[in-house]
Design a protein around this ligand. Structure first.
Ligand SMILES: [Zn+2]
Ligand SMILES: [Zn+2]
Length: 139
């Protein structure tokens, strides 16, 4: 049986459905993720082929760097996606999934850039910057 997951933004204008396994959640503490989310970025990912988005008219993209763009709902502002420009997968914010999501915790990246107003004490692995351990679902 193929497992599907669904989710969407706060106002409901943007919805999505994924098929198959979801990667463990990676927590990114880089300055871009910190500014966009107000805390840090917690996301899983799936191959583009396993992702269906509806309400795409309400989806806006911001190119925070020349490598990647960040998708959010233009009506309610919910952060939803992160997409590398040349890769065939999409990162999805863990908080946007309908519950129960079945997601599992992975590890922290870019902890060198984390905010000074919280501590990371959940016992999960921490990496100063990125790591090859960041895999795409199914890898
Ligand atoms: Zn919305
Ligand atoms: Zn980040």
């Amino acid at each position: 049986m193929i497992r599907t997951h669904s989710g969407g933004c706060l106002c409901g204008a943007v919805r999505y459905e994924t098929t198959g396994a979801l990667r463990e959640v990676v927590y990114c503490h880089c300055s871009q993720c910190r500014r966009q989310t107000g805390l840090y970025f917690a996301a899983t990912d799936v191959a583009d082929a396993n992702m269906e988005i509806s309400g795409g008219d309400s989806l806006a993209w911001f190119a925070a760097s020349e490598h990647a763009k960040r998708g959010f709902c233009r009506t309610c502002g919910s952060v939803l996606f992160w997409k590398h420009n040349t890769k065939d997968y999409i990162s999805i914010l863990a908080g946007s999934f309908d519950q129960p999501s079945g997601l599992t915790p992975g590890f922290h990246i870019f902890v060198a850039d984390k905010g000074d107003y919280y501590s990371i004490d959940d016992g999960l692995p921490q990496f100063e910057r990125s790591t090859p351990a960041v895999k795409v679902a199914g890898d």
